[in-house]
Every structure is written in C-alpha cells, then in structure tokens.
Design a protein around this ligand. Structure first.
Ligand code: HGY
Ligand code: MN
Ligand code: MN
Length: 415
C-alpha cells in the first residue's frame, strides 16, 4: 500500500508570507526592512507569535529572544525542529528566513489539522538576529541557543549607535526566560531560499544542502587626518579613503587569484565626515570573506591583514581591525541530507546536493543534533535585494518536502 504523502496548504503559506512581508514594507517595492530588534522586527515577531498561539502551540521565549513553538504531544520527547529567522537586512526580501519560519508553521498546522499521529512532537522556531546586519555576528540567536556564545556576552553587543542587544530586547519586550543553552532537538531541518543562481541555472527545484561555507567578517577603522579638499597639497594628505579603495580592489584581486568558492565583499565603506570638500578623517569599512575550504579562508585573511597594513603605512594612516564573525565551514549530517534527496525524489522534484554560500541558523544546530537544509530556487539568483523572488510553486514544493522530511525524522531513531 503506497504511503499517502500529506500536503501543505500552499495558498495559506503564500498568504502568510505576503502578510509578514507587509511589516516593514519598503514603499514601492516588494521588499521589507526589519533589522533585528527594531520596532518592525517586534511587529513581525508579534504577528508570527499570534499565529503560534492560535494553533495552541507551547511557545517559549529565551533570554536572547529566540522563540520556539512546540506542538502538544503526550511523549514530552525532544521534537523534530525546523525554523529560521524573520529579521531582514535593510533591503531585504519577503522570503529570506521568513519562508523557513512560516513553512514550519504551515507544516505543524497541516499535521495538527489532519490529526497525523507522530512518535514525537514537531517544533518551529525563529532565532534572533540571524542577519547580523545590525548586531554582529550573524546567526547570533542560534549561536547562543546551542551554547556557542555566553548569553552575557551576546547581550552586550552594540550596534553602530551604541544600542545593546540586551537593551533592545527589553525595549521590544522579547527578553524571555526559557533556559539557555536551549534543549537539543531530536533533529533540525531548515527550509530556505537558495539566494544564488545554482538551482535556477540548472532547472532544478530542490537543493539538498550538504553544509555551509566558512565566514569571516572583519571591521577596519582607518584613521588619517581630515583637511581641506582645496587647500591641502596631495603630498601632505593622510587620506583613509584612498586606503579603503585600495583594500576593496585588493579583495577583488584576491578572490580572482584564489578562485574556487572564494568570495569577498566590502559591504560597508563609511567615511567621516562624508562631505564633498573634506578629506575624510576616518573610514570604517567591513570585509566579508567566505570559502568552503577553511585553510584557504585563513590564507585569505592573512593576505588581507598584510595588505591592509602595507596600504595604510603607504598613506600614513592608522588601522584598527576587529573580527565581527568567524565561523568555520560546517558539514551537515549525511543521513538527513540523504533523506532530503530521497524525499525530493519521491515528490518527483529534480534536485542536487550543494553547499550553502550564505550562513544559516542550521549551521549552529549541526553542533548539537542531526541537521540539514532544503533549498528552493531564487529567481535570477538574487537575495538581500528588494526584488528577491521565489515562485509560489517552488515555495509550496519546498514546504511539502519539509513536511515529509520532518514526518520521517519523527519516526527515525539515530544511533
Ligand atoms: O550573511 C549571511 O550569510 C546570512 O544572510 N546571515
Ligand atoms: Mn537567511
Ligand atoms: Mn539573509
């Protein structure tokens, strides 16, 4: 007797995504801005929390504002957990993170509505500050959940204006009391948009994600001397802007030379006072380096540090470097990756195994339980862009794979 595969309500999922996407909506676009722990993030949290309460889930908020909602179950056994994030970058899309949380909610609503009996409960979570765009590092909430950073340290992290994580959690009313580190789930699986071009270019529907590449974020504060743009001879200048430009060009040359999966980005280049007729006194900039090979990533970091020191010395500029994030590459559990691929096959969805170029909360859960991810295609491979788009059929297909994977994990015992 072939197994009947339950299905999600794709229209309901899409409605929920559009509803959440209206919070922090960026006028004239389909994007949204819900930077971590801002009022918009609070409003998005409140909306998803209300959906969890409507379902009668057991909702817990921990000390860093992570929220875990578990379906009622007589066993009290560790749940199969899914989840992601609902904070966004400042020019975010509707699907990055949000899909994983709302699809998880959709999976649980489907299971409860259809009265599907399970050996253990399912849970869906969102994790604080996954983006790291306001408070570095990224994946902050899930890192704390798995015990990767003491809560005291995380609460003291500040944004560019000096606001701390702890104070902002209090301000939006999301500093909870659930224990940290959090309970290890039986298994963790995250549905996420790919955010790159691989699946779309290959005409595939599902990615069975094998791991996440290494991430290195460095903040550089370059200090020269501000002076008049018209009266100061070039030979007397100590212009941090020139150093920042050389560093940016070096990063592009370095990635070209290293090849492979090496990528590099100078996303923040902020001169002070940022005026047309003033040679900047300081420039604050960031360098984001990533690679699937940790040894090559370390070499890239060393080369960067040497170049920055040389370029600054040439210009008489001082350098202060600060690491904002450093995560080694992560490999997911082969058994869960294989299950994602098997389910994609059973659903008749063309798929491939692949690494993740972006960081995700799942990479933290890989430290404490069998973990993997499911990718759905991104149109034109873009994300962290208001035009981010994943077609409704792919959203629904991804959620159906998530449902089936979670059901099978609930019946799987890992030796
Ligand atoms: O930076 C990242 O990879 C993720 O979007 N936080
Ligand atoms: Mn994300
Ligand atoms: Mn993101």
């Amino acid at each position: 007797m072939p197994r009947t595969i339950p299905r999600v309500d794709g229209d309901r999922l899409l409605r929920r995504l559009l509803e959440l996407g209206r919070i922090g909506a960026i006028e004239g676009t389909t994007g949204c801005c819900r930077l971590a722990l801002t009022d918009a993030d609070r409003d998005g949290r409140d909306l998803v929390r209300a959906r969890m309460d409507e379902l009668g889930l057991d909702v817990e908020v921990d000390g860093i504002g992570n929220v875990v909602a578990t379906m009622p179950h007589p066993s009290g056994r560790a749940p199969v957990m899914t989840g992601s994030h609902i904070d966004t970058v400042a020019t975010g899309g509707r699907y990055d993170g949000n899909l994983g949380v709302l699809a998880g909610l959709e999976v649980i609503e489907t299971v409860m509505t259809e009265g599907i009996e399970l050996a253990r409960p399912l849970a869906v979570a969102w994790f604080t500050d996954e983006e790291g765009a306001r408070f570095a590092p990224d994946m902050l909430g899930s890192l704390v959940y798995v015990g990767g950073m003491p809560i005291e340290e995380a609460l003291q992290i500040t944004d560019r204006d000096g606001a701390s994580v702890g104070a902002e959690l209090d301000r939006i009313g999301y500093r909870g009391t659930a224990p940290i580190p959090g309970r290890a789930p039986h298994a963790f699986v995250e549905l996420h948009i790919e955010q790159g071009p691989v699946l779309e270019d290959a005409g595939l529907r599902i990615g069975a994600v094998e791991g996440v590449q290494g991430i290195s974020w460095t903040e550089l504060t370059l200090t020269g001397r501000s002076c008049h743009a018209g009266t100061t001879p070039m030979r007397l200048r100590r212009d941090p802007g020139v150093v920042a430009s050389r560093v940016n060009l070096f990063v592009r040359e370095l990635t070209g030379r290293l090849g492979g999966t090496q990528v590099g980005t100078c996303g923040v280049i902020a001169p002070t006072p940022n005026l047309v007729n003033v040679v900047p006194s300081t420039v604050t900039m960031t360098v984001d380096l990533r690679n699937t090979d940790d040894a090559v990533l370390t070499d890239a970091e060393d080369e960067l540090a040497e170049f920055v020191a040389r370029a600054a010395a040439d210009e008489g500029v001082e350098v202060a470097a600060r690491s904002l994030a450093r995560f080694a590459p992560v490999e997911f559990d082969r058994r869960v990756v294989d299950l994602v691929a098997t389910v994609a096959d059973d659903h008749g969805l063309d798929h491939r195994r692949m690494p993740s170029g972006a960081g995700h909360d799942a990479q933290m859960f890989a430290r404490i339980c069998p973990t993997a991810m499911i990718f759905t295609p991104s149109v034109d491979g873009i994300s962290h862009n208001v035009d981010e788009l994943t077609h409704p059929a792919d959203l629904e297909a991804g959620a159906n794979v998530l449902l089936d994977v979670m059901l099978r994990l609930a019946e799987t015992e890992f030796a």
